[in-house]
Ligand binder design. Structure first.
Ligand code: SF4
Length: 318
């Protein structure tokens, strides 16, 4: 599988710009979430159990210990992005954020930060901090969990924010030169392909630098797990997911970077769909779909084309 030939992937873009592979190291900054601590709600989004996407035990380690232990396991890379992934990684006083982010940036192998958060939880002070790191030459990405632009669905899944919150934060961040990556979930209850394409278009209209697509996972410990066990929640088949993701990618302008086109969940937390246990199943199927029906941007009449320069060929042959 060579997804970078049919999709403008973040990994290939980093490799092109830095001249080597850059991997993301996943950090737990010990942040909480306003949708769990009672500020906005308790119980969280109906699909969420953070333990399904990150090992909660790593938060007892310092930021530098987390980076060092993960970097030691990487064989193909020597430089990294520090990815604050767990919970809401801008949900703290700005001095605490500064301390966390700068612990990560202090490592010689770190080229920048990816900060995952909710769109309604990014104060101006946090944006100013990130803009400052960007101005210092670091790679900086604000990863906003939107999931869908449909406010009715956002309410039904208990997100506690609206599309307008996302719009406002994404606009502010981009005006400061911070790159924004939106996280979108495919397969949310009562949504189908047209809804996903509407969400994609709204995000594109707002202005975006990167996208992450995830199939809806039902995970143990989430509110959705109950509905799924009671037979009240249907999940997508692999074919359905690939069909929708492929169409979204074809409708995405070629310059937008895909940070992810699918995702898996950690065992034993994943309940459904079964195919999400194996990351490569959906990746290979999406690759095949794009080769068969058209690559990124093809539905817009401006297809992504991987530059065939000897420089790039040499890098990717390694
Ligand atoms: S998905 Fe994010 S915002 Fe929602 S409950 Fe989980 S950590 Fe909080």
């Amino acid at each position: 599988m060579q997804l970078h030939l049919v999709v403008n992937t973040f990994g290939a873009d980093l490799q092109r710009r830095y001249g080597e592979k850059i991997y993301k190291l996943t950090l737990h900054g010990g942040f909480s979430c306003p949708n769990r601590d009672g500020t906005l709600g308790r119980g969280g989004c109906t699909f969420c159990n953070v333990a399904s996407i990150i090992d909660e035990s790593i938060q007892v380690k310092s930021i530098s210990d987390q980076l060092t232990s993960q970097a030691a396991q990487m064989k193909k890379s020597k430089r990294y992005l520090a990815y604050f992934q767990a919970y809401t990684s801008t949900y703290a006083e700005v001095e605490i954020l500064k301390n966390m982010y700068e612990q990560a940036l202090a490592s010689a192998d770190i080229v920048g930060l990816c900060v995952g958060t909710r769109p309604d939880c990014v104060p101006d002070e946090a944006l100013a901090l990130l803009a400052d790191y960007q101005a210092q030459g670091y790679e900086v990405w604000l990863e906003l969990g939107l999931q869908t632009a449909n406010d009715r669905t956002l309410h039904a899944i208990n997100r506690g924010h609206t599309y307008a919150d996302y719009y406002q934060t994404a606009q502010k961040a981009r005006k400061l030169g911070i790159k924004v990556c939106a996280h979108l979930i495919v397969g949310l209850p009562k949504e189908s392909k047209p809804d996903n394409l509407i969400t994609l278009n709204k995000v594109l209209d707002c202005g975006i630098d990167g996208l992450k697509l995830h199939p809806l996972h039902v995970v143990e410990g989430s509110i959705m797990a109950k509905a799924w066990r009671a037979g009240r929640l249907k999940v997508l088949s692999l074919d359905e997911y690939v069909d929708i993701a492929g169409e979204m990618i074809r409708n995405t302008p070629k310059e937008i970077l895909y940070h992810r086109v699918s995702a898996n969940a950690r065992k034993p937390t994943l309940l459904a769909p079964d195919w999400c246990e194996n990351h490569w199943l959906s990746m290979n199927a999406i690759d095949h779909n794009l080769r068969q029906f058209g690559v990124q941007g093809s539905a817009l009449g401006d297809s992504y084309c991987f530059t065939d320069s000897p420089y790039l060929t040499n890098i990717f042959a390694k």
